[in-house]
Every structure is written in C-alpha cells, then in structure tokens.
Ligand binder design. Structure first.
Ligand SMILES: *Cc1c(COP(=O)(O)O)cnc(C)c1O
Length: 485
C-alpha cells in the first residue's frame, strides 16, 4: 500500500471548521486520540463539498437519467417515500421495544400485508424476506416442507422453464431439489408437451416467472398450473414482474400456490447498489401454516372507543425465521406510502402505462433490431443485439455505446435463450419524449454498426472509466480508496 491515494487533496494546516475557544480546562484525551496523532486529511469545507459532489456525479442513477435495465424495474422512486421512512416516530424505533410502544409500526405492516393480499389474491403474506431471491428460497422450502408433512418424499424435482430468472434454479437447488429445465415453445410460452412428459410422481413443483424474462405473459398459464396440480405438484410464482399485472390479473386467482413480491421493483423502494430490498411472500390458503414468521396480526379487536391491538404470530408448521427481527422495515414504509398514494385505480394505471411504454418503444426500434418473439409484450421486451451483416458487433458494444448517448444500458445476455440478448424495460415513469430519445439513440447505433463498427468497439468514450475488464472487476474487487502497489 502507498500512503498516497487517488483522492489525496490534503494540505497541511487547512481546516474546515473553527471551534470557539473552550470554556472548560483542556485535559489530554485518555486514549491518546489527539489531532496530531491521527492521520486525518486537512481540508476546507469547500474542498470537501466539491470532492463529494464530484464523486456523486460519476454515478449513473435513476435520478440522473433513463435506466431501462430489463427485469430490474428501475422506476422513479418518489421522494415522498423517503419523507415517510424518515419520520422520527418510525425511523427511531428499535426492534426490541415493547410492542405496546410500536402499535403504529405494526399497523403499517398489517395494512401492507392486507394490501399485498388484495393485490395478489393470496390468503396470507409474510413481510420478512429480504429480497426476491430470498422469497424464492422461502417458496422452495415451503414446497419441500409441504410434501414432507404429507409423507410424499418421492417428490424431489422442480421444473424451471428456460425463460425463468436465474435465481429460480439457484434457490431450488439450494433447497435440495433436482432442477429440471423446461424448454419454451416458439411463442415463448412453456412447452406444454415438454411439461406433460415431466408430470410424474417425483414432481415437487414448478417455478414460473410470469410474465417471463422475455417480457411475455404465458398464454397457457392456467393449463400449466392445472397440469402441475393434477400431478400433485405445487406452483411457485416469481412475482418480480408484477408491475405488468397490477390491478389487472391476480396470480392467486390464476392458481399459483406461493409467490414473492419485489417491493423494490413493483412498489418503488430504491434498489441498485446492493439494496436493501424486500421480498414478501404470499401463499394460498392451504399453505398458510408454512409461512416464515413473525407475521403481524390483530391480538385484540378494536371498537369505536379504541383501535385494535397488534402483535405477532408464528404459523404452526413454519419454515422458520428467514431474517433478523421483522425484515427491512424502512422498505415496508416506502411500499406502504407508494400503495396508499396510488390507490387501486392508480396501481392499475401503473401496469397499463408500463405495458404501453414497452410496446411503444418496441414498435419504435423493431425495424432496426431483430425481435425473436414478435408479439405484444408486457412491461419489457427482448431484442437481439447483433446483426448477421455485421458479425463483429455484439450486444455489449451496443450497450457501451448507449452510455455515450447518455443512457444506462439495458440488461445484456439475459435471458439466455435469446442470441446476444438486450432486455429493455422502460417502466411507466418515463415520458414519450424520453422513449423517443432512447429509440433515436438505438437507431443511430444500428447505423453506426453498419457504417463504422470500430466506433462501437471503442465505446464508451465519454464516461469517467472507459471499458473495463468486468470479470476482473467482479473477482478482484477493490473496496478501499488506496491504490494498491
Ligand atoms: C429481480 C428478479 C428476481 C430476484 O429478486 P432480487 O430482489 O434481486 O433478489 C427474481 N426474479 C425475477 C424475474 C427478477 O426480475
């Protein structure tokens, strides 16, 4: 390690704050932590403000521009959510406080559980899982425990369509299941024949991402669920794409047995940069007893004089605790605020606008990019990021070039079933002007690819860091600001 850092701005003697003369006698610090012993930077207030302001400008975020990262639902996070989560009565509570002193918090959690049940058509909801993937793990464990409690121990197989999110096979296999992939048909639905041939007495369940990662609603979803049920299996719904369905379709009504929500996608709690997320899980009535705990409930009904008294319960055959305390409470407040602000009609409007925006954008760029599944999409769509005529250009080059046009790239190389996939999700919060500007950039990149492919290979030219070795960046992460020798 060298002492010199890339951020080394310190100048001996420079100070940011001048304290008044002390009005008590000076005594040496008992620990020896005095200014001259500490290697602290010496900076003025202005140096510090400029340093952090400039650092913040190196980041791309939803607050600075369009962020069509498919599957991630990078919608605008309304600032009123932040106001609510920072209210001192909520932000300053402690999980060890006696429940009599946090009845307001429990009311919010109870109401959110009720709303998620109403939105999804499920019977009970547990709010504790920390993210979508943890919600899936809960679901897989519920499926496992359910079969075990029924002494149905032959059921070791989970079916995962090839259009599923990567976390689906990961959480199934973590739960000890054998993962069997199911192919999609030419319209991007689960292939019914392939499904039928897997429906036997070893079937534990199926995990269905719907709409799937192609942005397509499975046209045979009810038949798929019915086939799995009649073979004795359960169906897990990956609810991360609920943004397309809000107020229109309820997964519980379709027959799904268990599903997770991504509050940080559908309900606008901030994500990116690693969280915290929130992935509540909902279940149909026959699985109520398996949910993780604790779950908020009414312990004493209220009346005209007094409000109900809230507390917690643990379901009888619970899969156990998934998260310390009660989950990410701050995220629950944000989602509660968002749902309260929109109301039922507003939520439906979100889904309609998300679907409209995706279909509009798709129609704007489909002449220039190959659409492997050309049918009405839901909230996102996938194009091929390559052309037979310009074999040297790849989806990654297009994404890197988009940065020069001021846009965050779409999701790359996912789903795996599309060659050189670019997965684009505009969300409902973007205006027609923004979508048009993005379509224009995509069109000019297609033209550049034909006329000057090397330009795309060199991109990005305008970002603080140009092309980096992404594998090395992930494997050998440097988390401190020292420049290693
Ligand atoms: C984001 C996502 C997940 C995983 O959710 P996390 O909160 O990131 O763990 C699962 N499935 C789909 C379809 C997703 O888009």
């Amino acid at each position: 390690m060298t002492e010199k850092t890339i951020y080394e701005l310190s100048q001996p003697g420079r100070v940011g704050v001048t304290f008044p003369e002390p009005d008590v006698p000076l005594t040496p610090s008992p620990m020896g932590f005095e200014r001259e012993h500490l290697n602290l930077p010496e900076l003025s207030e202005l140096d510090v403000i400029r340093h952090f302001t400039n650092l913040s400008k190196l980041n791309y975020s939803i607050n600075s521009g369009f962020y069509p990262l498919g599957s991630c639902t990078m919608k605008y996070n309304p600032k009123i959510n932040e106001e609510a989560a920072r209210m001192p009565g909520l932000a300053n509570t402690h999980p060890f406080q006696p429940i009599v002193s946090v009845q307001g918090n429990l009311y919010i959690m109870y109401q959110l559980q009720e709303w998620l049940q109403e939105i999804s058509g499920f019977h009970r909801v547990c709010l504790t899982p920390a993210a979508g993937a943890q919600g899936e793990l809960v679901g897989a464990l519920i499926i496992k425990n359910y079969h075990q409690k029924n002494n149905d121990t032959k059921r070791v197989k989970i079916l995962i369509p090839d259009s599923a999110h990567g976390t689906n096979p990961a959480t199934s296999s973590m739960s000890g299941f054998n993962v069997v992939p199911l192919q999609s048909d030419e319209r991007g639905n689960v292939d019914i024949q392939a499904l039928k041939s897997e429906c036997d007495e070893t079937l534990a369940g199926l995990m269905l991402t719907n709409p799937n990662t192609l942005g397509l609603f499975d046209e045979n979803v009810e038949e798929v669920i019915q086939l799995v049920h009649s073979a004795g299996g359960l169906v897990y719904g990956d609810g991360a794409n609920l943004n397309a369905l809000l107020g229109i379709v309820r997964p519980g009504d379709l027959g799904f047995d268990v599903m997770h929500f991504n509050l940080h996608k559908t309900f606008s709690t901030p994500h990116g940069g690693g969280g915290p997320g929130s992935g509540p899980v909902g279940v149909a009535e026959h699985l109520n007893d398996y949910l993780p705990g604790p779950i908020v409930t009414i312990i004493e009904e209220g009346d005209e004089e007094s409000p109900p008294f809230f507390g917690f319960y643990w379901p009888e055959k619970t899969v156990g605790r998934m998260k310390a305390f009660y989950g990410h409470f701050g995220m629950l407040i944000r989602a509660y605020t968002y749902i309260a602000m929109h109301g039922g009609k507003g939520l439906r409007n979100i889904a309609e606008m998300a679907v409209l925006n995706a279909n509009y954008l798709k129609s704007q760029i489909k002449e220039d990019y190959t659409l492997p599944y050309d049918r009405t999409c839901m909230h996102e769509f996938v194009v091929e990021g390559s052309w037979d005529k310009v074999p040297a250009v790849h989806a990654l080059d297009i994404s890197k070039r988009l940065m020069d046009y001021g846009f965050h790239p779409p999701t790359n190389y996912f789903p795996l079933i599309v060659h050189e996939a670019l997965m684009i999700e505009p969300t409902e919060t973007e205006s027609k002007q923004t979508l048009d500007a993005f379509a224009k950039a995509m069109k000019s990149i297609a033209k550049e690819a034909r006329e000057n492919p090397d330009l795309l290979h060199g991109a990005p030219f305008t970002t603080p860091i140009r092309r980096c070795d992404e594998v090395k960046a992930a494997r050998d992460l440097v988390l401190c600001c020292w420049i290693p020798d």
